[in-house]
Design a protein around this ligand. Structure first.
Ligand code: PMP
Length: 430
């Protein structure tokens, strides 16, 4: 596959942007090679500036559950833009959006819209500290919650890929107020709370991890976090930036039947535009300005274009039958995982994987993969070969094994068959 225009574009980009990109994972550091530059998207397909077509399982890192440029979402954004792109005074669209999130996610009684997942998690932590009057937060190794200072500690995703243990520039005092333990380790959580429970404002967790590959919570893990935090009057924050409206309509909390105190959102709720949100218990959210003293604000928060895109995506998910739609996404994800594992078995290459709702993960390791240490032990070189093989066959996967894959509602049987055929072909050449 020829990518001359992308190579030239990347050369130009590197002269004017750090590493040639506006977000590190786009630079293909984990898999090597030159990133391709997008020209346009259409349903399950992404076209690069050389005219190559890819079946896209990156889907802008999760938001595009309706694929690229869905006509209804495009039309909603166009209609909103025609009326004005930002007002800085309230719109009824914002109330509609808040109501839609509250209706879908019962633990959320009040919600505040922001502009990114990072803002959502950063604000939720500030709120947890304000509400409890405690300083410490607990996160899990390999979970990524955006790039706020206190969360860039043992973070997965791009940080893991680039092997930045803790980013320079994060004050050590800030990093010290973040306590980290391994994902899925109930005993470690119990021991930590035994020691320091009275100082811990909140536990923040990806209820299905998506930033060290797609990793499922072991049975009892989320239940234990709910029990332990309640016992110690700490808050439980589900970071559903990736899983919200993606593993099921009501997020991972609906799927696993857990009620967190606060939840953060992003990705799917923006319908492909920059959006985040945080919400939860009414008594906690009452602390947020101007209702309460915890300050948090945003010039463009609740932006009408973003609200229109997000509302349309959510309405379409509801209209498409909610649970049936997510079951369909999971079935197709499982077919990809199965094809990957079977091809590994056939060629004597250790493989494993997971699929849940519209998320999936592929590992060059016999598994099980349950935490960051295990995900880091997977064969990275083999993944890089596999990634480039698939890309040249016209299939775009995440450019790191420690990232999740995403399925859209517009990926059909034909795309799936093409993907499975490519998996078999690429494994034969590994
Ligand atoms: N939390 C989770 C679970 C995420 O996956 C991400 C982004 N991948 C974030 C927070 C940060 O979101 P954003 O990139 O929009 O700031």
């Amino acid at each position: 596959m020829v990518r001359k225009a992308s190579e030239k574009a990347f050369g130009e980009a590197q002269k004017v942007m750090p590493g040639g990109v506006n977000s590190p994972v786009r630079a293909f550091r984990a898999v090597g090679g030159t990133p391709f530059f997008a020209d346009k998207g259409e349903g399950p397909f992404l076209f690069d500036i050389d005219g190559n077509r890819y079946i896209d399982y990156l889907l802008s890192w999760g938001p595009l559950i309706w694929g690229h440029a869905h006509p209804e979402i495009v039309q909603a954004v166009q209609a909103a833009a025609a009326k004005g792109t930002s007002f800085g005074v309230p719109t009824t669209l914002e109330t509609e959006m808040a109501q839609a999130v509250i209706d879908a996610v019962p633990s959320v009684e009040i919600v505040r819209m922001v502009n990114s997942g990072t803002e959502a998690t950063m604000s939720a932590l500030r709120l947890a500290r304000a509400f409890t009057g405690r300083q410490y937060i607990v996160k899990f190794e390999g979970c990524y919650h955006g790039h706020a200072d206190s969360l860039l500690v043992k973070a997965g995703s791009g940080v893991a890929t680039l092997a930045l243990p803790d980013s320079p520039g994060v004050p050590s005092a800030t990093a010290q107020s973040t306590l980290t333990i391994p994902y899925n380790d109930i005993a470690a959580a119990e021991a930590l709370f035994e020691q320091r429970g009275h100082e811990i404002a909140a536990v923040i967790v990806e209820p299905v991890a998506g930033n060290m590959g797609c990793i499922l919570p072991v049975p009892g893990f989320l239940e234990a976090l709910r029990r332990i935090t309640a016992e110690h009057q700490s808050l439980l924050i589900f970071d559903e930036v990736m899983t919200g409206f993606r593993v099921s309509f009501g997020g991972a909390q609906e799927r696993f039947g857990i009620v967190p105190d606060l939840t953060t959102f992003g990705k799917v709720i923006g319908g492909g535009l920059p959006v985040g949100a945080y919400g939860g218990r009414r008594d906690i959210m009452a602390m947020v300005a101007p209702a309460g003293p915890m300050y948090q604000a945003g010039t463009l928060s609740g932006n009408p274009l973003a609200m229109a895109a997000g509302m349309t995506a959510l309405r379409m998910l509801k209209d498409a039958g909610r649970d049936g739609l997510y079951a369909g996404l999971e079935t197709r994800g499982k077919q990809i995982v199965d094809a990957f594992i079977n091809a590994g078995n056939k060629h004597g290459i250790p493989t494993s994987g997971h699929a849940i709702g519209g998320m999936f993960g592929l590992f060059f390791h016999s598994g099980p993969i349950t935490n960051y240490a295990e995900s880091s032990a997977c064969d990275k070189e083999r993944y890089a070969q596999f990634f480039h093989g698939m890309l040249n066959a016209g299939i775009s996967l995440a450019p790191s094994q420690q990232e999740a894959g995403f399925m859209s509602a517009v990926h059909g049987d034909r795309e799936l068959a093409e993907t499975i055929e490519a998996i078999n072909k690429v494994f034969a050449e590994l």
